[in-house]
Design a protein around this ligand. Structure first.
Ligand code: SF4
Length: 451
C-alpha cells in the first residue's frame, strides 16, 4: 500500500458541502505551509500532475457517491504514479467499496482527517481507516493556517459544528460524521480574529447542524449567544449563517439578526432553512421534527421581521410514499411561502439509512418530472425576489475573483443576491454601494457602482 518518499506537490479534489470545502482548505493550507506545492488543475501550465492526490468525498446522495468514485478513478488515470488518499463521507461509510479500487493508497476516515498533512509527508505512518468520528470538535484548537488568504475566496467558511443527532430517515450524515459536537466559544473567537486580521470582511459560519451549536459544550452555549458575543466584539464586518433547521430559527435569532444591521457585526439578511417536504405525512416518514404549520410559522416570522431577507429552502422530491396528493401539497405549500430560492434534490436511497428499505418508491421518471416542475417554481420565486431590487441602491461586498461566465466583477449583498458590475480598479474585497440596473439572468442582477 504505502510509498516511502516525501511528496513535493499535491492536489485536492473536493466534492459535496461547505463543510467539506472548509476542511479541504484547512488541509491544503497546512500542506502549503509545510512547503508542499498545491497544484490547481489548469493553473500551472504544463505541470498539472501532482505527487499526491487527496479526494475529499461526499455520499449525501447516490449521485454524489458515484461522482466521488469517478473523481478517484479520474485522479488515478491522469496520475498513475501519484499517491492517492481518499477521505470524507464516502471514505467513512464505505471504506470496503473504496478498498476495491486497488490503486488507492490510504483511506482516511473523519476522525483522522486532520492527520492528512502528516500522512502526506510520511506515508509510512500506520494505516488509518474509517474509525468512529471523534467525540470532540476537530481541529481543536483551530489552526491559524486555515485562514491565511487562501484560494480566491472573499467570504471564507468557518466550520464551528460537526455531526448530527437527528437521524432523518433518509440521511447518511449522522453515520458518516458522527454525533453533534461544537467548536469551543473561545476557539471560534480566536478563529474569527485570525480571519479578520487576514483581511476578510465576511465570514460564513458552517456546520452540519449549525442550529445545535453549543448545546454540547460545558458550560452549554447556543448559536444566538455566540452571535451576540461576535457582534459585541465587533469581530468581523459581516456574518452569514450557512443553513439552519426550521425549529432552530428562534425568535431570539430573528431579533438578533434584525437588530444587527450595522457593520462590523452585521448579520446577513439571509436564512437557508431546509424544508425537505411540504406534506405532513412525508415529513413524519422523513423523521423531520416539524410539520407544515411549524415550518410556515418560522418562515413567516423571518419575513415579518425582515421583509428583504433572502429565505432559501432545500426540497427533496420523490421520497418513498410521495403520492400525487402529497406532491401537490408540497407544491402549493412552496407557492404560499415567501421563499426567494429553492435547492431541489431527488430522493436518493442511501444504504444504511431506514428510508433505504421503505416501500412505495416513486418511479424515476415521475421524480424527474416533479423535480423539474419544482425547479421552475424555484426560478420564478428567485426572479420575483431579484426583480424587487431593480432601480434600488444596495450594498455589495465585491469578490476578488470575477464571474466565471462573464468575466465581470461580481458582488454579493447581505441578502444573498449576486450583482454583476463593470470593471473598477481596486474595489475587490470592499463594500460598495450599487445602483441596480436590471436582471442579468435568473441568478443575478446587473448594477453600477455609485461614486
Ligand atoms: S438534520 Fe437530518 S438531514 Fe440534516 S444532517 Fe441531521 S440527519 Fe441529516
Amino acid at each position: 500500500m504505502g510509498k516511502a518518499r516525501k511528496k513535493p506537490s499535491f492536489s485536492i479534489i473536493t466534492l459535496g458541502c461547505k463543510v467539506n470545502q472548509f476542511e479541504s482548505e484547512t488541509i491544503a493550507q497546512e500542506l502549503k505551509l509545510s512547503g508542499i506545492q498545491r497544484i490547481v488543475k489548469n493553473k500551472v501550465p504544463g505541470n498539472e500532475k501532482a505527487d499526491t492526490f487527496i479526494i475529499n468525498t461526499c455520499t449525501v446522495t447516490h449521485k454524489a457517491a458515484m461522482q466521488s468514485r469517478q473523481a478517484i478513478r479520474q485522479a488515478i488515470r491522469s496520475n498513475p504514479d501519484a499517491t492517492i488518499i481518499v477521505t470524507g463521507c464516502l471514505a467513512q461509510t464505505d471504506p470496503d467499496g473504496i478498498r476495491k479500487i486497488k490503486e488507492v493508497h490510504r483511506i482516511v476516515g473523519h476522525a483522522e482527517k486532520y492527520r492528512i498533512p502528516e500522512i502526506v509527508q510520511s506515508i509510512d505512518l500506520p494505516v488509518t481507516t474509517s474509525g468512529p468520528a471523534k467525540k470532540h470538535f476537530q481541529p481543536n484548537p483551530p489552526d491559524k493556517a486555515a485562514f491565511s488568504p487562501f484560494g480566491n475566496k472573499t467570504r471564507p467558511f468557518l466550520k464551528i459544528q460537526d455531526g448530527c443527532n437527528t437521524f432523518c430517515s433518509y440521511c447518511i450524515v449522522p453515520y458518516a460524521r458522527g454525533r453533534h459536537r461544537s467548536m469551543p466559544v473561545e476557539d471560534v473567537l480566536a478563529s474569527v480574529r485570525i480571519i479578520k486580521e487576514a483581511g476578510f470582511h465576511e465570514l460564513v459560519l458552517t456546520g452540519i447542524h449549525l442550529g445545535c451549536y453549543g448545546t454540547d459544550l460545558s458550560p452549554a452555549s447556543h448559536l444566538t449567544e455566540l452571535l451576540t458575543v461576535l457582534r459585541e466584539q465587533k469581530a468581523i464586518d459581516r456574518i452569514r449563517l450557512s443553513s439552519i433547521e426550521p425549529l432552530e430559527v428562534t425568535d431570539e435569532l430573528i431579533d438578533l439578526v434584525s437588530a444587527s444591521f450595522t457593520r462590523p457585526g452585521h448579520m446577513c439578511h439571509h436564512f437557508h432553512v431546509p424544508m425537505q417536504n411540504g406534506d405532513d405525512t412525508i415529513l413524519k416518514r422523513m423523521n423531520r421534527p416539524y410539520g407544515q404549520k411549524e415550518y410556515r410559522n418560522r418562515i413567516q416570522a423571518i419575513h415579518r421581521a425582515l421583509p428583504d431577507a433572502a429565505i432559501g429552502a432545500d426540497v427533496m422530491i420523490g421520497f418513498p410514499g410521495e403520492t400525487d396528493q402529497a406532491y401537490q401539497n408540497t407544491l402549493s405549500f412552496i407557492k404560499s411561502l415567501p421563499l426567494s430560492y429553492l435547492h431541489v434534490f431527488p430522493f436518493s436511497p442511501r444504504k444504511g439509512t431506514p428510508a433505504y428499505t421503505f416501500p412505495d418508491r416513486v418511479p424515476p421518471d415521475l421524480v424527474k418530472e416533479r423535480s423539474s416542475e419544482v425547479r421552475v417554481l424555484g426560478n420564478r420565486k428567485r426572479m420575483a425576489f431579484l426583480e424587487k431590487h431593480i432601480h434600488t441602491e444596495i450594498e455589495v461586498l465585491v469578490e476578488t475573483t470575477p464571474d466565471v461566465k462573464t468575466g465581470r466583477l461580481k458582488g454579493v449583498t447581505s441578502n444573498y443576491i449576486k450583482v454583476l458590475l463593470d470593471k473598477h480598479e481596486g474595489i475587490e474585497n470592499t463594500f460598495q454601494k450599487v445602483l441596480i440596473q436590471g436582471l442579468h439572468d435568473t441568478q443575478a442582477l446587473v448594477g453600477r457602482v455609485l461614486p
